[in-house]
Every structure is written in structure tokens, then in C-alpha cells.
Design a protein around this ligand. Structure first.
Ligand SMILES: Cc1ncc(COP(=O)(O)O)c(C=O)c1O
Length: 356
């Protein structure tokens, strides 16, 4: 079954005719520590605010985001999830030929195809998921790309580019006037130093997407943003934006979430610890070839027979089958890093399947 995203627990439970509350969802990469208490409080109190329209310019939210990243407020476009930011940029900004990683998050292609953008690819599987920025640059030159879109850390592989590699890429893009689009939806599970944000001032054709739905466990609320120093594009995007596109709850939650520094640190630490636990557990099986990840999900090749996702669903565990990602020819799966209890349940289910 080809699906575009993880987290579709309702649909899966209907297909398999099982109670959705019994399924443990490892297919969406959401912080296992859940919504920060401070954000929950703000949401509860925010009910009274619903009788008013949100601030149509989202001034307080923009101030919070700008202060968090130490950027001018003019660089910030708050959005209804990073997904909205991706689509608004794709609808507004024409890139003639965009180089994408394969595999990567699928919505870049969907959003930029609206402008008749041509796509070319940098295939990761052919390189056994080991590659350098120099190779990516060579590929961009060879394929005459006018833009490069990166997901860092990449979904679904979990690979993270280091700052020195990012710097090399930025220099190349600036010197050759190549548009650089970076999706940092999962970078906050690593460290803020891994972000490209500090380079925004140096290049007006750099665009960064950030999501708040993963770290703060609010995918149902929807909040993300676009950062760029390109004011002309931001003005164009704002003109196309539906008024009040972010609801009051998301507006308030976002302002509070960015004050939750300790929660972010605890989440990074917990994710790293649990990723380690899962990595050790998974590496015991010769049927699983695990690739190193630096974020809150793991990516592996399954060398056994049949569909591992189906077998796991029968054990009440939903994992992400990566067969719908472009550029993957074998059987790959992605699992979120969750709580110790859930991670243990996943390893037990795997043990039962792989040792039966
Ligand atoms: C890499 C990547 N970018 C962006 C998004 C969209 O995030 P949001 O929930 O903020 O719209 C996702 C969602 O899974 C994602 O995996």
C-alpha cells in the first residue's frame, strides 16, 4: 500500500479492521515527551480568546520567532505548519530546475511543480547513503540545477549535514546564484548549531523551513514558519496568504513553545538516549541494515521476506513503509524514536517476527 505520509493511523486501522487505540504509531516522528505543560496551560486559557479573530499580522508570534533565532522580524513568515510554508514558497517562487535528494520529503516536488519547475535528483541509495557536499555540488553543476532543496536532517534517512559542509554549499550557491532551500523540520532534535539560520543574512536566495509540530508534539494544531532575508518573495507570499491562516490556539502555543528552552534540551537528550536504545536493539538482527541517524527517527533496510509493515501492524505496531519515497528500490522502513515503553514494545514485536 503506497501512502505519502506517516501518521495515518485512522486509515490503517480501518484497512486492517483494528481498534486504532491499540496501534502504537511509530510512523509519525513526534516528540515522545508530548506537549510541554506550559503550552497546554496556554491552550486551556486560550479558549476565552476564541471569540476574537487572531491578530491578522501575527505580530507577537513573529516577535517570538525572530527573538528565538536572533533574526530581524522581517525575515519571518509564520505558517499553518511547515507544510503551508513549503506550499506558499512553491506557489510564489519560480525555480527553473530544482535538485532534490532522492529519497526526501515528497511535498517539495508537489509544491514546486505548480510553477512548472523541472526536477533533477541526487540519488542516495546508489551511494549507499554515504555522500558528501562536493558530490552534491558536482551533481548540481552536471545537471545545470538553478536551485537545490535539502532536508536537514533528511526525512526519511535521518542524516544530518555538518556546519562545514553547509558552509561549502552556501558559498557554491552564492557564487553561482543558485537558490538554496533547506527544510529544518527536524533540526531542533539535534542542536541549534546545526541550523543554517545564521547564514540567512548572507544570502537572499536562502530559504529555511521550520516546523513546530514535531518538537512540541502539536501536529494536530499546525504551526511552522519560513525564514528568509528575501523581502520581495516574502511580500509576494504574504499577498497570496489567506487571512487568519493560523488559528488563535496555534498563535498562542507558538509564542509559549519558544520559551520552553529546558523542554527542548530535555527532548534532545531523551531522543538521543532512546535512539541509542533502539539502535542497539535493532542491530541485533541480521535482517535489518540500519543507517546512522542524528534525529528522532531511524531508517533501515529490511532484508527478510514479505512486508515488515504488515507483519508489525498485526502486532499493533505501525511503522512507516518507505516504498512511496522516490529513489528507493529495496525494502526500507522508518521508525520514530518514542518512549522507552513503546520502544520496548517495538523490539518485542520485531523479536517475535524475526525469530519465529
Ligand atoms: C521534512 C518535513 N518537512 C515538513 C513537514 C511538515 O511539517 P508540519 O507538520 O509543520 O507541516 C514534515 C512532516 O512530516 C516533514 O517530514
Amino acid at each position: 500500500m503506497a501512502v505519502k505520509h506517516g501518521g495515518n493511523i485512522q486509515e490503517i486501522s480501518e484497512i486492517y479492521q483494528m481498534d486504532k487505540d491499540r496501534l502504537i504509531d511509530f510512523s509519525a516522528n513526534i516528540n515522545p515527551l508530548g506537549i510541554p505543560e506550559g503550552v497546554k496551560r496556554v491552550l486551556t486559557k486560550g479558549i476565552e480568546e476564541l471569540v476574537h479573530y487572531p491578530d491578522i499580522r501575527y505580530r507577537s508570534l513573529i516577535q517570538s520567532i525572530a527573538a528565538f533565532h536572533e533574526l530581524p522580524e522581517e525575515f519571518v513568515y509564520p505558517a499553518n505548519g511547515a507544510a503551508e510554508a513549503i506550499f506558499m514558497l512553491g506557489r510564489t517562487f519560480k525555480v527553473d530546475k530544482l535538485l532534490l535528494l532522492a529519497p526526501t520529503f515528497m511535498e517539495y516536488e508537489a509544491s514546486f511543480s505548480q510553477q512548472q519547475t523541472e526536477f533533477c535528483y541526487f540519488n542516495l541509495e546508489q551511494r549507499d547513503f554515504q555522500w558528501s557536499i562536493s558530490e552534491l555540488i558536482q551533481s548540481a553543476i552536471k545537471q545545470q540545477a538553478t536551485g537545490i532543496c535539502l532536508c536537514n536532517p533528511n526525512n526519511p534517512t535521518g542524516q544530518l549535514l555538518k556546519q562545514t559542509e553547509l558552509d561549502k554549499l552556501l558559498i557554491f550557491c552564492r557564487e553561482n546564484e543558485i537558490v538554496l532551500i533547506v527544510d529544518e523540520a527536524f533540526v531542533d532534535f539535534t542542536r541549534e548549531e546545526n541550523s543554517f539560520v545564521s547564514s540567512l543574512k548572507d544570502y537572499s536566495n536562502l530559504f529555511i523551513f521550520r516546523s513546530m509540530t514535531k518538537m512540541f508534539a502539536i501536529p494536530g494544531l499546525r504551526l511552522g514558519y519560513l525564514l528568509t532575508s528575501n523581502r520581495a518573495i516574502l511580500a509576494d507570499i504574504e499577498e497570496k496568504t489567506v487571512p487568519w491562516h493560523i488559528n488563535t490556539f496555534a498563535d498562542l502555543a507558538g509564542q509559549q513553545a519558544l520559551k520552553e528552552g529546558q523542554f527542548i534540551k530535555d527532548s534532545q537528550q531523551y531522543t538521543a538516549q532512546e535512539r541509542d536504545f533502539l539502535e542497539k536493539g535493532l542491530s541485533a538482527y541480521k535482517e535489518l541494515e540500519l543507517f546512522p541517524s542524528q534525529t528522532n527517527f531511524l531508517f533501515f533496510r529490511y532484508l527478510g521476506s514479505g512486508c515488515l509493515q504488515e507483519k508489525m501492524i498485526r502486532k499493533n505496531i505501525l511503522i512507516r513503509n518507505c516504498n512511496s519515497f522516490k529513489g528507493l528500490t529495496q525494502k526500507y522502513y522508518r521508525i520514530a524514536v518514542k518512549s522507552r515503553e513503546d520502544n520496548q514494545a517495538l523490539l518485542q514485536a520485531l523479536e517475535a517476527i524475526l525469530c519465529e
